[in-house]
Structures are given as C-alpha cells and as structure tokens.
Design a protein around this ligand. Structure first.
Ligand SMILES: [Mn+2]
Length: 428
C-alpha cells in the first residue's frame, strides 16, 4: 500500500451506484416499491444537532449524502425505476448552512435522471400504490434500540399502514445488508485510503508518545492529522495507557502515559464514508519489556495464524475458534493459565467483523467469500498486570487467499519499536 494520502475521492474510488440499485432490486422477493430516506441529524442539546451522517443504505443506493432526501425505487417484471426527491434550493437557508444540492448535482452523483422536489414524494408513492402494480412496499426498518427515536422509515411505515392497510410492508434491511457484504474495487480503494490516513495519524501520535504525555494529547495528534488530511474519524478513538487498555471501549482519554506502560490505540480514519479499523499497541518509552513482548508476540502469533487460515469457503466462526486455541495454548505456555480452555479470562471479544460503510459492517456471517473486507483483531487483557494488547488489521478476501490491506503499518514488536524510534527522532 502506498503512503499517498488522497484528500479527495479519486477515479479509483468511484462507486457504481446504478449497479448497487440493480443488485438490490434483483434481490427483492417480489415486485414492489422500495423507499429509503437519507435521514436527518438528531438533536444533541438545546438548538444544536449532531453532525449529519447519511443513512448508509441510502448512500449505498444513491451516492447522495444530504439530509432530508428520499429515493423511491420500483420493480415490476423487468421494469425498474428510480426517483430521488430533494429539497429545493433556498437562498435564505444557503446563507446559514451553505450550498444546497442542485438537481443537476444529484443527477450526476447518483446517475438517476428523475430528480424531483421533496414535497412530491408522498403523492408520488400514493399514486404508485393505488395503481395496484406494486404489491409490496420495502422500507429500511433496521432499528437497534427499543427506546431509540423512530427513524423516518419507521414513522412512515406507521402512516402507510394507516393509509393503505392492505399493503404489505417488508423490511429491506436484510437485502441491503446482504448486498453490502461483497465490496467492489471502488469500495476497497476507499477502505485503503482510510487506512493510509490512519497510518499518518498513528505516525503523528507515535512521534509524540513518551512518559508524561496525556491520552487526550495523543488523540489531538491523531485526530488533527486525520482532519488536516481531509479524512475524518471512523469512530471515537480508544487511546488507553496501561490498565486502561483492559477496558475494551475506553474513550475517556484523560490519564497520563506512565513510564513502563503499554499504550493501546484503536483509532482509525473514514474516507468517502468507508472506514478503516486499526489497533496497535506499543511501549510508552519505545521499548517493550520482556513480559510485555511475550504477550505482544502471542497476540501477533494469533493474528498471523488467523490471517493465514483465511480464504474463500472458510466458515467465519472458525476464525474465533482458532484465535482461542492459539491464545489459550500460548497463555498456558507462559504460565498464566493452567487450562487453556480458560482463555476467556484474558480474551473475551470476537476476532473479526465486516468493515465498510460501518465499522462493524452489516451482513450475515457465513463462509468467507472473495470481495469481503474483515478485521482480524486478537487481544489479551491482563487487568492485574495493568496491560492490554490488541493488534487489529483489515483484510480483503481474494480469489485464493487474502490481501492484508493494512500491511503497510508496522505491527510486530520489533517493527513498532523501530517505527517509534524513527518517528521520535524527527521530533527531538
Ligand atoms: Mn474492530
């Protein structure tokens, strides 16, 4: 992987949204209408909203990333249509929040000809349903929290069953999730760009790692490098010194790094809405102690074994079994365990998940297939010793094996020490 940092999407990162729509509509179990919403930012406090993020399934189907849009897709026999509804350009709104998307821009980005004004979408859908040609309505009804605010799709589903009680409403989410499991070359290029930005952020962080620095200062170097390069954060960074690394989702980032600590950094960039997911663990003062190195080597061995086992046809669950075997055997050999099956004391999360538009990307876990992008992230957490080690890489499944997309980021103990020494030399 090259170290060139793209600030803009390149041609290699172009996505074929028409083929995404095609793939989705082909997979619908019956003729019908699919309606997806781009979403709106949630209220954060007072009159302030969270930063808007497009509904990822909407983005996957349209390439559009503005709030308050609707796409209506239809399938009837071999006939397919797509219509996007967007807010009309309002000069007053533009004075507050910037340029709005024009119909021409929406057309160019989505490759959809039919761009309409937002307030026409409900009458449009109404007419389609009343035509009787589209027996089923598909909505993205994914909803993870009992108490969370209902999405636009869920609110619309309620209105729809009131207005058209006989029309079956089905969930489009599993079909979208299935389509998103296999990545195109453009999607893989975006993940690779996110990894390149992550490497740059890690380099800045490592250059400033020394005893006494605080976790939030390291975050400043990491996040500043991402933002300064035109990327964004994939998820809230975990930057955990010493025993904080034993908390899997530690995001407090307040403590000073002490001499002798290991620092675990699980932090990554997003680029063009696609994410990296990378973890590295390294010593505060640049050199692993023998005990730390033994643990780090064992996690590295698990990573190596799992990656070596990955190829098309391998059931995903085997990766977790293999991780437990390698870590259990190793922890017994190091004297931490009497019985290797007790490895759950030190390793208690999954070793691998899909990666894409979402950090924990959607899709059912079955056998590995070419075009999947997955993480491999074994770890060991020794709370009583005040240390945690995780090594996380991003892997593309190819026709006959894998490509380690994050191979350009040093990962073993010696590699981390050398990289730190180089980076810190430039800082003194
Ligand atoms: Mn991960």
């Amino acid at each position: 992987m090259s170290d060139v940092l793209p600030a803009e999407l390149t041609d290699a990162m172009a996505l074929d949204f028409a083929s995404h729509r095609q793939r989705f509509l082909e997979a619908l179990p019956s003729d019908g209408i699919a309606i997806l919403f781009s979403g709106r930012p949630l209220l954060r406090t007072a009159d302030e909203h969270y930063r808007y993020a497009p509904n990822h399934n909407y983005y996957y189907l349209t390439g559009l990333d503005r709030e308050n849009q609707v796409v209506v897709l239809t399938r009837r026999g071999s006939e397919r249509t797509a219509t996007v509804f967007i807010e009309p350009v309002d000069p007053l709104a533009e004075a507050w929040t910037g340029r709005m998307m024009t119909a021409e821009q929406a057309r160019a980005l989505s490759n959809i000809d039919a761009i309409e004004v937002l307030d026409r979408w409900l009458p449009f859908v109404n007419r389609l349903i009343e035509s009787g040609h589209y027996p089923t309505v598909y909505l993205d009804l994914e909803h993870r929290e009992w108490d969370g605010p209902p999405s636009d799709a869920i609110r619309f589903a309620h209105r729809l069953v009131e207005k058209h009680p006989g029309t079956p409403v089905r969930n489009a989410f599993p079909i979208l999730a299935e389509a998103r499991r296999i990545k195109s070359a453009g999607e893989i290029a975006r993940v690779a760009a996110a990894i390149a930005h992550t490497k740059a952020g890690l380099a800045a962080l490592l250059a400033h790692t020394r005893p006494g620095v605080r976790e939030f200062q390291l975050n400043g170097h990491f996040t500043g490098t991402l933002l300064g390069g035109g990327a964004s954060l994939a998820y809230p960074p975990i930057i955990a010194a010493g025993g904080n690394a034993a908390v899997l989702h530690y995001t407090t980032l307040r403590d000073p790094v002490q001499a002798g600590d290991l620092v675990l950094v699980d932090a990554a960039a997003a680029f063009g809405y696609y994410k990296a997911d990378i973890t590295r663990t390294f010593p505060a003062d640049g050199t692993f102690t023998e005990a730390q190195r033994a643990i780090h080597d064992l996690v590295g061995e698990a990573s190596h074994e799992v990656i070596a086992a990955m190829r098309p046809g391998v059931p995903h669950r085997e990766l977790q079994n293999l991780t437990r075997q390698v870590l259990g055997r190793g922890m017994k050999a190091l004297g931490y365990l009497r019985d290797e099956s007790d490895v759950g004391q030190y390793y208690f999360h999954g070793v691998s998940h899909y990666l894409g538009l979402d950090t924990h990307d959607v899709g059912e876990y079955r056998e590995l297939e070419p075009g999947m992008v997955l993480t491999v992230e074994p770890g060991l957490y020794l709370k009583e010793k005040g240390l945690g080690v995780r090594i996380e890489d991003d892997i593309l499944i190819t026709a006959d094996g894998v490509e380690v997309l994050s191979d350009g980021i040093p990962r073993d103990a010696r590699g981390m020490e050398q990289w730190m020494a180089e980076l810190r030399a430039t800082q003194s």
